[in-house]
Ligand binder design. Structure first.
Ligand SMILES: CC(C)(COP(=O)(O)OP(=O)(O)OC[C@H]1O[C@@H](n2cnc3c(N)ncnc32)[C@H](O)[C@@H]1OP(=O)(O)O)[C@@H](O)C(=O)NCCC(=O)NCCS
Length: 182
């Protein structure tokens, strides 16, 4: 089934991970991502290192997906800045990074589009941040091609492009950005 915005708001809710939000079993089939949610996400929230959002199925309370967001800044080359009409003398542009994103294996089997829904939710959160609190122009991600070879395609389909200035020589991750206003 296609995961639309209506499905997202009717049958699911997006909530912040806090001490009051229990985490049940979560499996996205990459152990590192499962363990992060179980062991590290809460500590990172306490230490103000990462804020995690959970997508819960309303009827069961089960977690369909999670993402962790953090403040970021990216360096862009002159031509990269031109691409976004950013005519500024400095290289570094503010951003919000999707530090972790995973969709549960079980829910991936039921719905297509949960990952994309999470990206769109991250965009909404980042734009709210711009409207009320603090400026950021891009959503960023270090696409983890070590654990998921095709993940770059997933981000490209969701409007991300590769950061050439920040290209990572070890190639375990690919630094990517999505303009929040284009
Ligand atoms: C990567 C992940 C978040 C994508 O979530 P998802 O719900 O499967 O993605 P969507 O259904 O929204 O996919 C959107 C599009 O991307 C494509 N896509 C998703 N994962 C892909 C992959 N690994 N390789 C190639 N294409 C992929 C889908 O086919 C779909 O294409 P379409 O619009 O043409 O049909 C999910 O597979 C996951 O949790 N993986 C394990 C953890 C992980 O790798 N996280 C990312 C770390 S940076």
């Amino acid at each position: 089934m296609k995961f639309s915005k209506t499905v997202g708001s009717t049958y699911f809710k997006l909530e912040q991970l806090t001490q009051d939000a229990p985490i049940d079993v979560f499996s996205c089939s990459i152990a590192e991502y499962d363990e992060y949610l179980q062991k590290d996400a809460m500590r990172s929230w306490n230490d103000h290192i990462a804020l995690t959002w959970l997508l819960r199925e309303r009827s069961t309370g089960r977690i369909a997906s999670y993402m962790s967001l953090i403040a970021d800044a990216i360096k862009l080359s002159v031509s990269e800045k031109e691409l976004h009409d950013l005519n500024y003398p400095f290289k570094t542009i503010p951003a919000i990074k999707i530090a972790k994103l995973a969709v549960s294996h079980e829910f991936r089997g039921k719905y297509q589009g949960i990952g994309s829904f999470m990206i769109s939710s991250a965009r909404t959160i980042a734009r709210k941040c711009n409207n009320y609190y603090c400026a950021c122009r891009f959503l960023t991600v270090d696409a983890d091609i070590e654990h998921n070879e095709g993940v770059r395609t997933f981000y490209e389909k969701n409007g991300f492009i590769t950061n050439t200035e920040l290209s990572n020589k070890n190639r375990k991750t690919i630094s990517m950005r999505k303009d929040l206003y284009r």
